[in-house]
Design a protein around this ligand. Sequence first.
Ligand code: ATP
Length: 387
Amino acid sequence: MSTTESRRLSDDYEVADVLGRGGFSIVRRGVSKSDEGKTQVAIKTLRRLGPAMTGMGMQQGSKDAPSSGGLPLWKQVSISDALLTNEILVMRRIVENVAPHPNVISLHDVYEDAHGVHLVLELCSGGELFDRIIGRERYSEFDAAAVVRQIAGGLKALHKANIIHRDLKPENCLFSDRKEDSTLKIMDFGLSSVEDFSDPVVALFGSVDYVSPEALSRQEVSTASDMWSVGVILYILLSGCPPFHAATNQEKQQRILQGEFSFQEHTWKTITSSAKDLISSLLSVEPYKRPTASDLLMHPWVIGDCAKQDRIDAEVVSKLQRFNARRKLRAAAIASVLSSKVALRTKRLRSLLGTHDLSSEELDNLRQHFARICADGENATLTEFEQ
Ligand code: ATP
């Protein structure tokens, strides 16, 4: 993999349809020009919002990093460039230290031009985790266990290379293709960290639903923090709603900090105790009590021995459908805010994170941007989002 400015993306790829948009990025399909279009990729373009600085060859925090005014240069860049640099650093680390793993997205190449940085990624055309579950005709604990197995497989490889994902959530788990036995890929390393590097600016953008108590209270984040997120994902997979919910964002955060969740909802009655025990251990407030990714891969429920094959209550799937629709709208709102004027961005983003309370101005903004940003949100309505 090389990154020279003289290499142009357009020389090597035909850039086609938009696959998705993120806070700082647009992802489009790319068709290789060298093999008559046989190879398709996803091109994630990280927009340059601040002053030009990609930090391509720079190690975060390294003594060699250029500095001025006493601060290393990477610490002086705008939020957007800090994130941009981080994603590339982590992707490089993956290329260099993680043997290609089926459950971790592959980076094929990187290009840079005046528009920003283009990451050429493995194409995942199988959709996001929850979309996929909702679309299934039959869904059981056994299927949920297969999902956890794949997430744990990818995390084991990342954690071995000291990479903490820090933003593990269902929308960052994409399937490779539409086939029944398609592979789940962990992606989006924009907020990830290598070893113990931790930037509070980066932490600001994490989705609160999946954030561990230690990350919320700004204590040391470790590989165990990703395991907490796995616990949240598993809870949602088996109940259709997040474990920590409350009327206000502040209350929700309080519950997360205290690890206050329950299995009282009637749909939990039919779920095996093995699954519930596993969730309880993943959602331990003390990080050291959580199983590691390797532990998960040996857990009797995760390997499928104790996971029930019976169909999960239909109510769980419809709750998951509603949760997913609201989640997509929130993501669209955040993307909309991030694409608005820089001065307003952080303030509005803060107000949006983890809460559904939107000002009338934000709602107007949302309405205007909604169709454009949330092209696949046909199931999601603004009313649902406002609930
Ligand atoms: P966020 O603001 O949520 O962190 P982001 O800017 O990091 O987003 P991604 O989440 O990486 O961007 O990508 C945005 C969307 O683009 C994804 O939700 C997904 O729909 C699509 N996408 C990203 N990578 C791929 C890929 N490799 N193959 C197919 N689609 C992809």
